[in-house]
Design a protein around this ligand. Structure first.
Ligand code: AMP
Length: 282
């Protein structure tokens, strides 16, 4: 696996591959890799001749400085996992390589309604930061395919909007959420959980499953309250438990069989914020 910290090196290598007619798949990450990230690499390998991953903990998308400071870094292990998975190139830029102009007065994006709900409302500035880093990475890599995890459902819609606004030619590929045996969505942040928090965190997925199972049985407001009570009883602090139109992210007060629905949940275990979602089966 070719590893570089310099965008000029990566661009040079990629230009060679592109001139040979190789298609490029791109998997951006913040590192502390797990099997969920590797499933994105594997999807890219199925479709693209060459696969690039990036590991960059983007400071501009952390609205909470403590969350940024505590973000796990396991770069040696990440390199081993990517190499083992057959990734061709790893881009490991520094903050100054990504933001040579500094971190103030960065560009802003108009994501409209998408940025006003759920994580957009709970984490002011977060999706602006996502836009800033993803646009820079896309301009460096210029991939044919971009791979994103459905675990970050709102981020998928935000990046789809970014790709549209910027006119990038990459096709978006959404990869299903990889879960632990008890259903907890794999996340780099899971490493920060205590054993007790880790054990109760599986309630997040259980709540999503119960929201799906009770579709057509009870009003959503009742199911929402039940989920909230169960989580709080076990020491999790729900941030939101919502039902939305999966295409637009418009929030729904109740189940609506005429729409493709997604249940979305964010909760704190101690100071670790976890998110998950489930697209409801009809
Ligand atoms: P992150 O390193 O958290 O920025 O994630 C990098 C990419 O991996 C994003 O597209 C995430 O949505 C995706 N991802 C993170 N966790 C999972 C998971 N459990 N299953 C599938 N994809 C994931």
């Amino acid at each position: 696996m070719y590893i570089t910290k310099q965008k000029s090196d990566l661009i040079q290598l990629l230009t060679g591959y592109k001139n040979e007619g190789d298609s490029i798949g791109f998997v951006p990450t913040m590192g502390a890799l797990h099997a969920g990230h590797i499933s994105l690499i594997e999807e890219a390998e199925k479709k693209n001749a060459k696969v690039v991953a990036s590991v960059f903990v983007n400071p501009t998308q952390f609205n909470d400085p403590k969350d940024f400071e505590k973000y796990p870094i396991t770069i040696e292990k990440d390199i081993q996992m990517l190499a083992k998975a057959g990734c061709d190139m790893l881009f490991l830029p520094s903050v100054s390589e990504m933001y040579p102009e500094g971190l103030s007065d960065l560009e802003t994006y108009d994501f409209g309604f998408l940025e006003t709900v759920l994580d957009g409302a709970a984490r002011p500035g977060h999706f602006q930061g996502v836009g800033q880093v993803v646009s820079r990475l896309m301009e460096i890599v210029q991939p044919d395919d971009l791979y994103l995890g459905q675990k970050d459902f709102q981020q998928c819609l935000i990046i789809s909007e970014l790709v549209k606004q910027k006119g990038y030619k990459a096709q978006l590929n959404y990869v299903p959420t990889k879960r632990e045996p008890d259903g907890l969505a794999m996340s780099s942040r899971n490493k920060r959980l205590t054993d007790k928090q880790r054990a109760t965190a599986s309630l997040i997925y259980q709540c999503l499953i119960s929201i799906e199972a009770q579709n057509g049985q009870k009003p959503f407001s009742i199911v929402q309250k039940e989920c909230q009570d169960i989580m709080m009883d076990k020491g999790l602090r729900p941030d939101y438990i919502m039902l939305a139109n999966a295409e637009t992210l418009e929030l729904l007060e109740d189940y609506d069989a005429s729409k493709k629905m997604v249940a979305l949940l964010a909760a704190y275990a101690g100071d670790v914020r976890l998110i998950d979602n489930l697209i409801l089966k009809k």
